[in-house]
Design a binder for this molecule. Structure first.
Ligand code: HEC
Ligand code: HEC
Length: 445
């Protein structure tokens, strides 16, 4: 109803009020007045008192009738009209893919990897230290039988920073228990190792030399002695740490860590895309990127290093349960629960540091035990055991219709299964996290 309806309504009200007031006046003049023996002045006073009460009452009735019949004239309607932002109404129906469509609320912000990794104040990254660290990283003298260097398991010059084996080979051909993660971009992680037991690269680097299955050295002092004996190291230490400073294990690991802080890959197609090159990702990769977000992979693999256990945002918990959802077929096939990581032994669910997904397409096999060879399968497992999603082309999957007899409401619970082509799209997106220079080097080797 509009303005005309309102005026008509008011006219009827006023006519009714005039009639009512006239009836009241007649009643007081000819009935109540003579009955009470009132003077003319008193009769008019009584009419006035009763009449004003009637006017007040009809004003109340009028307001109530207004609210019920003409909500468009009330304050609530005014407020509601104001909250419709004109900017939203003006948005064109078609939006470019980089613009925020009107219906999308501001959410997860994608970021590129910085060009420099942060270093602690007490171990700034200098070219001299990096050169020394690079030599130490490739030096087999750091192992008991001089056959194994850090790079034996973390191929950085020709490979993607790991060894491509399920579990690593250490001194004497011994097989370790876990898969070697890549050292590329480890500089951005807030905690290291699959279970997150090391808090810095410096601390981490003291581990492998003493591990009997890796480099097998009897003590850290024995490692320092080997370095002191090495030709040319004295000059390199002088350049890196100042003349005649003793060669200690702390300076050795400081140099190795400084070198590792240069092993970063901000040159993925994803980074180019986020920095503004819209042609950097294919249509499938864009679909995969959206799925990575909507399926909830970003809950754990967040930030520029695709790991919540990174230096970018203080992690609420760098370690997570894995598997979260019981998925017996995967747990059995790939022995996902025999090692429980940082968890108390005996508990079925393991606790693991969230790994970075940068270069993940180049670093098969996957998971802490290296049990999965294909990235597709790793994505299927993750969607199932971490997000509770089924994989398949059945549109309904485990979704159920739930009718509540008591509330008389109906709802569908559970989420739709991911189709195989969704899995393909996520894999395509993960490929966009590969460093373009590393991928080239890998192809050449
Ligand atoms: C025999 C193979 C082997 C050797 C030698 C070796 N590593 Fe590792 N490295 C591994 C394995 C396996 C892991 C994972 C172990 C775990 O998480 O329990 C690992 C983990 C790491 C990590 C953690 C990466 C991450 O994302 O958490 C870094 C960094 C690293 N190694 C650097 C080094 C350095 C530096 C050296 C030399 C001092 C070295 N490694 C020697 C096999 C090796
Ligand atoms: C609840 C946290 C969480 C969620 C959600 C999650 N992940 Fe993971 N992801 C992890 C953890 C923890 C690991 C390490 C598992 C292990 O110990 O092997 C991992 C490992 C991986 C790996 C293997 C990495 C490697 O180098 O071996 C891939 C690939 C992966 N996740 C992809 C995904 C994808 C894709 C999604 C979304 C469908 C996803 N993740 C959702 C926590 C999570």
């Amino acid at each position: 109803m509009g303005q005309a309806g309102l005026i008509g309504f008011m006219q009827v009200g006023i006519v009714m009020l005039v009639i009512g007031f006239t009836v009241l006046l007649l009643m007081v003049q000819f009935e109540l007045g003579p009955l009470g023996g009132m003077s003319t002045g008193k009769k008019w006073l009584l009419s006035l008192i009763l009449g004003s009460g009637m006017v007040a009452f009809s004003i109340k009735l009028f307001v109530i009738a207004m609210l019920v019949n003409f909500p468009e004239h009330t304050i609530r309607a005014q407020l509601a009209a104001q909250s419709v932002r004109p900017a939203v109404l003006r948005q064109p129906a078609q939006v470019a893919r980089h613009d925020r469509p009107p219906s999308v609320r501001k959410g997860y912000v994608w970021r590129a990897l910085p060009d420099v990794a942060p270093s602690p104040a007490w171990n700034p990254t200098t070219p001299e230290k990096v050169a020394l660290g690079e030599r130490l990283f490739h030096d087999k003298a750091l192992s008991i039988d001089r056959t194994v260097s850090c790079s034996s398991c973390h191929e950085v010059r020709r490979g993607a920073g790991m060894d491509g084996r399920r579990a690593s080979l250490g001194v004497g051909g011994q097989l370790g228990a876990r898969n070697a993660p890549t050292v590329w971009n480890a500089a951005f992680q807030s905690v290291l190792f699959w279970d997150g037991r090391a808090a810095s690269l410096e601390e981490q680097a003291k581990g492998p030399p003493l591990n009997p299955k890796e480099m097998g050295m009897p003590s850290l002092e024995a490692v320092a002695r080997r370095v002191r004996e090495g030709e040319g190291y004295r000059e390199m230490f002088d350049a890196a740490f100042g003349a005649a400073q003793p060669i200690t294990i702390d300076r050795i690991v400081a140099a190795i860590a400084a070198y590792e802080r240069t092993l970063i890959t901000p040159d993925a197609a994803y980074d180019r895309f986020v920095r503004g090159d819209e042609s950097a990702l294919s249509a499938a990769q864009l679909r995969g990127m959206e799925l990575f977000q909507s399926v909830g992979c970003i809950q754990c693999h967040s930030g520029p290093n695709f790991s919540g256990a990174s230096v970018f945002d203080p992690p609420p918990s760098p370690q997570r349960l894995f598997p979260v959802f019981a998925a017996q077929k995967y747990a059995d096939r790939y022995s996902l629960t025999s090692d429980v990581g940082a968890n108390v032994p005996g508990n079925k669910q393991g606790v693991w540091r969230i790994p970075s997904l940068r270069n993940v397409a180049l670093t098969a096999p996957y998971f802490h035990n290296g049990s999965v060879d294909s990235l597709r399968e790793a994505v299927r497992i993750m969607a199932t055991v971490q997000r509770g999603r089924e994989i398949g082309n059945d549109a309904n999957g485990n979704r159920r219709i739930v009718w509540s007899k008591q509330d008389r409401t109906i709802a569908r619970v559970g989420s739709a299964p991911l189709s195989e082509s969704d899995v393909d799209d996520i894999v395509e997106f993960l490929k966009s996290l590969s460093s373009e220079s590393l991928a080239l080097r890998n192809r050449g080797s």
